[in-house]
Design a protein around this ligand. Structure first.
Ligand code: 5GP
Length: 120
């Protein structure tokens, strides 16, 4: 799947759409989800143009992968959910209902989150 440079997270990265930023470094931006599903619901995105986890895992540089992984833990600690617990989630493609085609990881926390997934 080709990267759509007009997806909403690309527009946030260009500053065309505002976001409630919680973290930024050379490779990573994180902000509050516009429609939070838990008291803590943060979206963590790479600044590079990657469609999904599949794309990021195949093409991102070691520096980007390391920065992204370190940022996930740092953001969770800064949100105060490292002790109570949290969940990370990355949707890839149709079966996972990925809505925004720019790789992102959700961080959910601040309440009991229940089991991982419904049986559908
Ligand atoms: P996905 O289903 O692709 O994993 O999740 C996309 C997420 O992006 C959803 O949780 C949705 O609420 C969030 N989202 C969509 N548009 C915007 C936006 O303009 N700003 C922010 N902060 N979040 C958004």
């Amino acid at each position: 799947m080709a990267y759509d440079a007009n997806n909403v997270f690309a527009r946030i990265l260009r500053g065309e759409i505002p976001c409630k930023k919680v973290y930024e470094d050379t490779h990573v931006l994180a902000f509050h989800d516009i429609n939070p599903q838990a008291p803590v619901h943060i979206l963590v995105i790479p600044k590079g143009a990657y469609v999904s986890l599949d794309d990021f895992s195949a093409r991102a540089s070691d520096a980007e992968v390391v920065a992204f992984t370190r940022a996930l833990g740092e953001i969770a600690r800064a949100q105060g959910v490292d002790r109570s617990g949290y969940r990370t989630l990355a949707n890839h493609g149709a079966d996972a209902n990925q809505e925004v085609p720019h790789f992102h990881v959700h961080i959910f926390g601040g309440r009991r989150l229940g089991r991982m997934i419904s049986k559908g």
